[in-house]
Design a protein around this ligand. Sequence first.
Ligand SMILES: NC(=O)c1ccc[n+]([C@@H]2O[C@H](COP(=O)([O-])OP(=O)(O)OC[C@H]3O[C@@H](n4cnc5c(N)ncnc54)[C@H](OP(=O)(O)O)[C@@H]3O)[C@@H](O)[C@H]2O)c1
Length: 241
Amino acid sequence: MSLKTKPLSEQVAVVTGGGTGIGRAFAGALAAAGARVCIASRNETALRGAAEALNEGVGAERVFAYAFDVRVREECEALVRHCVGRFGSLDVLVNNSGLAVPETVDEITDEGWETVLQTNLKGAMWLVRAALPEMAAREFGDIVNVSSQAGKHGYADVPSYCASKWGLLGFAESVRDHARKTGANVRVFSLCPGLVDVENTAAGAAPRAGFVHVSNMAKTLLYALSLDREVVLEDINIYAR
Ligand SMILES: NC(=O)c1ccc[n+]([C@@H]2O[C@H](COP(=O)([O-])OP(=O)(O)OC[C@H]3O[C@@H](n4cnc5c(N)ncnc54)[C@H](OP(=O)(O)O)[C@@H]3O)[C@@H](O)[C@H]2O)c1
């Protein structure tokens, strides 16, 4: 039995942290491909400005701002409900919101640890928890988690960040296995970038030494989504050579 497919132009995406940096590049690329994109994070003013600029770039109203805090379960659930209610489905969930609190292992505080784990890992879990039934019900969906090379290697200056990004990879494997066992047409991708230049983001701008231009993240996302539904693409490592 062949799995349901859907052109990007008919898809609805949520990109958390979609108003800045990598998320903004994701949102721009998805909108340029015709998807409707809900960009969601805490700073509503920044989100609105980003949505306006991205819509101007594609010459259509395809990007929508939504203010929420990924650390709050009810707000994650409300975001998913909002998208499905307003646009009719949620096809691509990009868990991109994230931050680091630089505390070495002998400096870790409860506050720093909780902030990082809640933002980078627990919030992504609540969004997946809310989105998966919607995707399963419509027999179509993709989940994209933005992990990091810090999810593959440990770094002394950001142990909580590394723990969260490793955790995200483990959670992705479990969701992938769940989809396989339940027969859900839901793929789970994990992007593991090294350093991405979120300062020099203009098209054609030279990235800083050792960084990749943010457009490579957007190209990688679109490539992963373009693969056949039967294909499993697991962790994608992407970094400057
Ligand atoms: N840049 C890199 O070199 C690099 C490398 C590897 C992985 N990454 C990962 O890539 C993702 C994007 O990072 P970036 O480099 O593009 O940095 P960024 O511009 O700082 O993006 C982080 C985003 O997360 C959002 N966010 C933070 N706390 C949140 C909360 N409580 N609720 C909802 N949204 C929240 C922020 O928006 P608000 O402030 O509006 O909430 C912001 O848009 C992160 O997961 C990061 O760990 C980045």
